[in-house]
Design a protein around this ligand. Structure first.
Ligand code: 1CP
Length: 354
C-alpha cells in the first residue's frame, strides 16, 4: 500500500500539507504561510480569553492553550499552527523563579551569574511539563491536516534572559560571561541545550509536526563569537532531535551575517528577518535548506496596497528557492489589525497557486 514514511505517527494528510512539503523542499500547491506570534494580542478573541490570566498561568492550562493555538488557524487560514507557550516555560518548569511581566517580558528573580548558580538548572522531565503533552493531545484532532509547530528558545537567547535577569538591549552581563569566563559560559549553554532538547522531545513525542528553535537575540553576536561560543550548543539541540523525523527550523533576528552558521548548526529550514532578501539569504545559507520569511512586520500598518506590493517583493525574491515558507521577518506586532493578516494569507495563497 501507499504508506507515507510517518504512517502511524500522524495522518498522511498532515505529512502532505503544503507547510511540511515546503520544509522538505518538495513542490507545493501554494506557498504556505504562517506568522510568528500569530496567536496573541492582535486577536480580539485572544484578549478576551486571556483576560485576568497571567501569561505563564495561561501556558499551563491545556484547554486555554488549545483554544489560543487554534484561534489564528480559524481566523486567518494559515498553513500551520504554532503551539501557544513561551521560551521560558521549561525554565519555570524546572523551578527557576521567573515571571512574564506585562509590557516587559520574562523577568528572572535571581539571575544566573556564577558556577554555583548552574546547580539551579536541573534536567527537564516530561512530567515537569505534562500540561504541554496534554494540550498537544487536545489540539491534534482539532487541527486535522494542519501541522502543529512546536518550539523552544535556543541556548544563547535563554541565557540572555537568565544572566541579564530580564530583557536587555546590550546583553552586557551575558556577553561579559561569554568573553570573561568562557568555561562557565560553555557549561551554562550546554545545560540549556539539554533542557531545550528535552522540551522539544516532549513536544515531538506528543505529536508536533515540526519544531522551531528561536535564537531571537543571536544577531547581537559577531560571527566569530557565534561560532566559538554558541554554535555547538545549538547544534547539540538539533542533533538530539535529528532522528525524530520532523523538520527543524532555526530563526533569529538581525542574523544576516550568521545565516550560514545557523544552517550549519543543523537546521532543515532557516528563518530570515526582513533585512536580507531571500535570494541573497539562500546564497548565504547554501544549498539543501528551505527558507522561511521575511516580510517586515511593520508593513502591515501601511495599508493593503503596500502590503501586497511588499509581499510580492518577498515572493519574487523567493522565486528561485527550493523551499519557501512565507512568514514575517519577526513576530506579529500586538497592535496589528487582524484583517490585514487574514488578507495577507489570502494574497500569498492566490498569487502562488500552481
Ligand atoms: O501577556 C502577554 O500576552 C505577553 C505577551 C507574550 C506572548 C503572547 C509573551 C511574553 N510571550 C507570548 C507567547 C509566545 N512567546 C509565543 C506564542 C506562539 C505564537 O507565536 O503565536 C512564542 C512563539 C513566544 C516565543 C518567545 N518568547 C520568544 C521568541 C520569539 C520572538 O519573538 O523572538 C521570545 C524572545 C520570548 C520572550 C518574551 N516573552 C514575552 C515577551 C514580551 C518576550 C520578549 C521580551 C524581550 O523583548 O526580550
Amino acid at each position: 500500500a501507499n504508506v507515507s514514511p510517518t504512517a502511524g505517527m500522524q495522518p498522511t494528510a498532515t505529512y502532505d500539507s503544503p507547510f511540511l512539503k515546503a520544509c522538505r523542499r518538495e513542490p507545493v500547491p501554494h506557498t504556505p504561510v504562517w506568522f510568528m506570534r500569530q496567536a496573541g494580542r492582535s486577536l480580539p478573541e485572544y484578549r478576551k480569553v486571556r483576560e485576568g490570566i497571567g501569561m505563564l498561568d495561561s501556558c499551563m492550562r491545556p484547554e486555554l492553550v488549545a483554544e489560543i493555538t487554534l484561534q489564528p488557524v480559524r481566523r486567518h487560514r494559515v498553513d500551520a499552527a504554532i503551539f501557544f507557550s513561551d521560551i521560558v516555560v521549561p525554565l519555570k518548569a524546572i523551578g527557576i523563579d521567573l515571571d512574564i511581566k506585562p509590557g516587559i517580558g520574562p523577568v528572572v528573580e535571581q539571575p544566573v551569574r556564577t558556577r554555583a548558580d548552574l546547580a539551579r538548572l536541573r534536567d527537564l522531565t516530561p512530567e515537569d511539563v505534562s500540561y504541554v503533552t496534554e494540550a498537544i493531545g487536545l489540539l491534534l484532532p482539532e487541527l486535522g491536516s494542519t501541522p502543529l509547530i512546536g518550539f523552544a528558545g535556543a541556548p544563547f537567547t535563554l541565557a540572555s534572559y537568565l544572566v541579564e535577569g530580564g530583557p536587555s538591549r546590550t546583553y552586557e552581563n551575558a556577553k561579559a560571561m561569554m568573553y570573561g569566563d568562557p568555561e562557565l559560559w560553555a557549561d551554562l549553554l550546554d545545560r540549556l541545550a539539554d533542557i531545550t532538547a528535552a522540551f522539544l522531545k516532549v513536544q515531538i513525542e506528543a505529536g508536533v509536526s515540526a519544531v522551531q528553535l528561536f535564537d531571537s537575540w543571536a544577531g547581537a553576536l559577531a560571527p566569530a563569537d557565534y561560532r566559538r561560543s554558541v554554535l555547538s550548543a545549538s547544534a547539540k539541540v538539533f542533533r538530539e532531535v535529528a532522528d525524530h523525523g520532523v523538520p527543524r527550523i532555526h530563526f533569529g533576528v538581525g542574523t544576516g551575517e550568521l545565516l550560514g552558521l545557523m544552517g550549519e548548526a543543523g537546521a532543515d529550514v532557516v528563518g530570515v528577518d526582513w533585512r536580507v532578501p531571500l535570494d541573497e539569504a539562500a546564497r548565504r545559507v547554501g544549498p539543501g535548506k528551505a527558507l522561511q520569511g521575511n516580510l517586515d512586520p511593520t508593513v502591515l500598518f501601511a495599508g493593503r496596497e503596500a502590503v501586497e506590493a511588499k509581499a510580492q517583493e518577498v515572493l519574487e525574491s523567493a522565486a528561485g528557492l527550493e523551499g519557501h515558507i512565507f512568514n514575517l521577518g519577526h513576530g506579529v506586532m500586538p497592535s496589528t489589525e487582524a484583517d490585514a493578516l487574514t488578507h495577507l494569507v489570502e494574497y500569498v495563497h492566490t498569487r502562488t497557486a500552481r
